[in-house]
Design a binder for this molecule. Sequence first.
Ligand code: EPS
Length: 381
Amino acid sequence: MLRFIDAGESHGQGLCAVIEGLPANFTIRKELIDKELKRRQTGYGRGERMKLEKDQVEIISGLSDNKTTGGPVTILIQNRDYENWKNRKSEETFVSVPRPGHADLTGEFKYGTGNLRNSIERSSARETAIRSAVGALCRQILSELGISIRSKVQTLYGLNDTFCDLFDDSLYEMIEESPMRVLKNEESFIALMDSARDKGDTLGGWVYASCEGVMRGLGSFMHYDRRMDGIISGAVMGIQGVKQVSIGNPFLNFTGYTYHDGIIYEDGKLTRLTNHAGGIEGGITNGENIDVYCYMKPIPSILLKIPSVDLKEKKNTESRYERSDVSAVVPLSIVLENVLAFEILKEILNTFSRDNKEELLAAIKYREKRLGELDEQIINY
Ligand code: EPS
């Protein structure tokens, strides 16, 4: 079983994760993890914090000669902003007015530490740095299995970008170069972001990720908690600020006739005419790309005032501003890719539980051979 646990606060010393259950003998390159961390930090709509941080990972266990040993891999990311926070007195960081929409108030209901700062620190989306690093490690293994994951921003507030095939390299190059991770309308997206910032407001939006090369047969309908769509959407909902998840494009209207993806037999293979199901049917991957869309709400740290309460003074007041981003849809796109990488690798290892690379590759090949034979038998069916 592949699992990880992470720890760390937004302005504490750093973030760390221990990843357990990785098969041995896969090469892991630190620079590829750092590259993902950099992708997550860049993009339009970020606030002042990203000018301070230069996220890089330290790997302190579980590798030998850059290869997994099968032991737990421990990774660390330092918070540079810690230097600015470590000597702050508790009166300076004390918070008693919750921001509506943030975890400030619900965290206090639950943990009752008497200082909202404690909930703010751990609930912060800063944690997505370490979660992305975990996924970035996993996607190096996925890449050896022929699986790749790409993403883009699909909407910002009411503004839509065009739909496209993320595995069209020339289009994807344009998305990777765009500070909004969009294909068209980049100027309108930037103008919308600027106008929200000028008004002291924030914006939400949809991002889209697609996973190519995922083998048939991951997940199961045998029990509700083994369904691949449930597993993926649960993990994606676990990203800070995410409020909706869809497997397959949620923006299109269908009837049964137009939705369901016709099955055809072509070039010795079973394939689909379309992929409206987003690569999952009956909770099991069908070999088409896994398409995931998710919506992030507008960030709750806004300059505009929203009614709130001073819990210490016990009186009505207005929400308090905390430095933040205008929108995190661009980093969400990268976080989504990496969260998907972990979940897909986890399900591969649930399906083909093996302790080292060679045995894992052989098990996958065996399944593919059997499915290849199944494809062939259809001719004589
Ligand atoms: C966040 C608030 C901001 C973001 C942060 C998430 O941080 P700060 O409070 O230090 O300005 O920049 O995101 C990150 C630090 C990051 O690495 O993504 C929040 O409240 O969730």
